[in-house]
Design a protein around this ligand. Structure first.
Ligand code: ADP
Length: 455
């Protein structure tokens, strides 16, 4: 079932229920009102008749019958009976059609003084008249043709009104549901044309600021992220192949050199040494590419637990010094944490070690004195760690790009590296909902700072 049909169906159901409810109420109120009014008229008739008969001396049964039949207000099939204590008929307005009533009715009238009931299609009232020691029961019955035909009219009007109202509701419901859902159909058409090849396309966001416009805005935001992710993947692949080509070309020329004969034993060893160096570089590069690819993909599944940032720092420091014994790392606590858990954060230890190791490595690599000054401290709900060096520094423009994969500042090309370390750091910090900041002056040095929420 389409949403359009469902909305118009529900709308019709609600409106039809209200219309039916109102119609029933109107009908029932009118029917009750008619009945009460008619009983009142019958009672008046009964009272007038009995008073005429008992109180006006000049009136006898025949005269009263004549008056009864000729009054202007005479009702259809009207009959009035007056009975005495012994249930003998004292007066009857008709001779031929006697009024039929339940045997116990007269006693009930004597007991309750007034009874309202029906006699087939006719309405019947019974009243007790007491005067001059007489106890007379007066029965008056008639058919309310005028009231019944008004009710029948009302029934007809309500029926057709209801039918018309429901038909109108179905039509209008269907029309307005279609109108409201039109923008969704429009969005549907636009979405169908979007493929992986034209992620640049955007949906029309409209100007109504309603839920459907909001949907288009959110969908566009998703498209934007998808496009960025696709773009990242594309540039990763092209950069990676470019980066791999250079060391592979170097390897090839070394091998070609090695195949030339004759070669001295020293030259042979030298070529093999170069091959080893280039292969090591290639392995380091492919390892970095693998890590970058993984961090760009999906790291959401990594396990997080509480780790101390100073422990992370010391592990990274040990790893760095094991491969670069000439590097110097000096650690200083800015605000000594008051407890053992003062620098605790929630994170993945191996990934955080990678971040700190990369910052320490860069600081020592790009500084002529190979020295990195590390400070660790807390501020409010956060733990921070900064790595400062007195190295080549970065210009304002370079700072904007250093977290992009494969970017290397012009001044960095004479140093070993592939330009992927900081991109990995940024992605890992993003995963930890942390921050990485850089403050640098060209020629003077740089400070990289990571900030994480306390555990
Ligand atoms: P790599 O150091 O292997 O080139 P990174 O991703 O770690 O790759 O760094 C990207 C670029 O940022 C570097 O090439 C360099 O230009 C700049 N950079 C990073 N750290 C420093 C630093 N401490 N001092 C100066 N420049 C830096």
């Amino acid at each position: 079932m389409t949403i359009r049909n469902r909305i118009s169906g529900q709308f019709t159901l609600i409106v039809a229920s209200i219309l039916i409810g109102f119609s029933l109420l109107i009908y029932l109120v009118s029917a009750t009102y008619r009945r009460e009014e008619f009983y009142e008229r019958l009672k008046n008739k009964a009272r007038t008749t009995v008073r005429f008969l008992v109180e006006v001396k000049e009136v006898d049964n025949d005269l009263l019958r004549i008056i009864d039949r000729n009054t202007l207000t005479a009702l259809i099939d009207e009959k009035v009976l007056i009975l005495n204590e012994k249930n003998e008929l004292v007066y009857s307005s008709v001779d031929d059609h006697p009024v039929r009533y339940q045997p116990g009715l007269l006693d009930t009238v004597r007991k309750t003084h007034e009874v309202e009931t029906t006699n087939g299609e006719n309405e019947l009232v019974g009243i007790l008249y007491e005067a001059n020691g007489q106890r007379l029961v007066v029965l008056a019955s008639a058919y309310d043709q005028f009231g019944q035909s008004k009710l029948a009219n009302l029934r007809l009007t309500l029926f057709w009104g209801l039918l018309g109202g429901i038909a109108l509701t179905v039509g209008l419901g269907f029309f307005f549901a279609g109108q409201s859902l039109q923008p969704i159909g429009h969005i549907n058409q636009q979405v169908q044309t979007i493929t992986a090849r034209n992620l640049r396309q955007r949906l029309d966001e409209g100007r109504r600021q309603d839920e459907i416009d909001q949907l288009a805005v959110n969908f566009n935001a998703v498209l934007q992220r998808l496009e960025q992710a696709f773009e990242q993947q594309r540039s990763f692949v092209s950069h990676a192949s470019h980066e791999l080509r250079t060391p592979l070309a170097a390897l090839k020329s070394e091998i070609q050199l090695g195949l030339r004969r004759p070669l001295s034993a020293e030259r042979h060893t030298e070529i093999l040494q170069n091959l080893l160096t280039d292969t090591d570089r290639l392995i380091a590069l492919s390892n970095s590419l693998l890590v970058l690819a993984r961090t760009l993909e999906n790291l959401e599944a990594v396990t997080m637990r509480v780790v101390r940032l100073d422990d992370v720092l010391f592990t990274a420091q040990d790893e760095l010094l094991a491969t670069h014994p000439d590097y110097i790392v000096h650690v200083q606590y800015d605000q000594i944490p008051d407890s053992d858990t003062g620098t605790s954060v929630v994170g993945n230890e191996a990934l955080l070690v990678r971040v700190v190791l990369n910052l320490l490595d860069n600081a020592c690599k790009y500084a002529p004195d190979h020295r990195a000054q590390v400070r660790i401290g807390t501020q409010g709900d956060y733990v921070w760690l900064s790595v400062t060096d007195a190295g080549i520094g970065l210009s304002a423009d370079e700072k904007l790009h250093i977290f992009e994969p494969f970017y290397r500042a012009p001044g960095a090309t004479e140093f070993a590296g592939f330009g992927v370390g900081l991109a990995i750091c940024a992605r890992i910090m993003e995963l930890h909902a942390g921050q990485i900041q850089v403050d640098s002056d060209p020629g003077k040095g740089s400070t990289f700072k990571v900030i994480l929420k306390k555990a």
